[in-house]
Design a protein around this ligand. Sequence first.
Ligand SMILES: [Zn+2]
Ligand SMILES: [Zn+2]
Length: 163
Amino acid sequence: MPESTKPATFRGGEVVNRLGPVQRIVIDRLHVVFDWCKRVYDALAEPLRKDPDAPSFRLSSPETHTTTIDGDVGWGNRPPARIHCGRCDALIDQPTSLDDIDCDHCVAEYSNEEFTDLQLAHLICPVCGDRMEHGQRHPQTFDVPEWATCHSCRYHWEFKHSY
Ligand SMILES: [Zn+2]
Ligand SMILES: [Zn+2]
């Protein structure tokens, strides 16, 4: 049976073969990039896996490559937060992400899960106590800060491993 008259039901497995050579190269490249990313990620994650209870780790700064800075990763290791009370607007300190948010100035009490309903003033550096700058990397996906940096002592926190 000539190639061109093969029944249509056989075509499923032939999709890649029917692409042009350039398209095939692009697909191969994507695989290579993906494998490379995975190797880098595994290499970075490996030392952390060996000691999952370690409260913090040393993070190489991607800008300078020569300095190391203190850092933490994960919502459970989030720096203390200062939050506006949704009832009286006083500032409430939440020492960790797991603590309840109780206002000292009025009767309002919020569980830690209501963090996203309240307005965050800023996070507080756990190393030097300064206000931290914070931001998001995926505003459509998460409605919590995904990173925070202290400009005084260079402590840095990340919601997730990002590289
Ligand atoms: Zn209040
Ligand atoms: Zn600091």
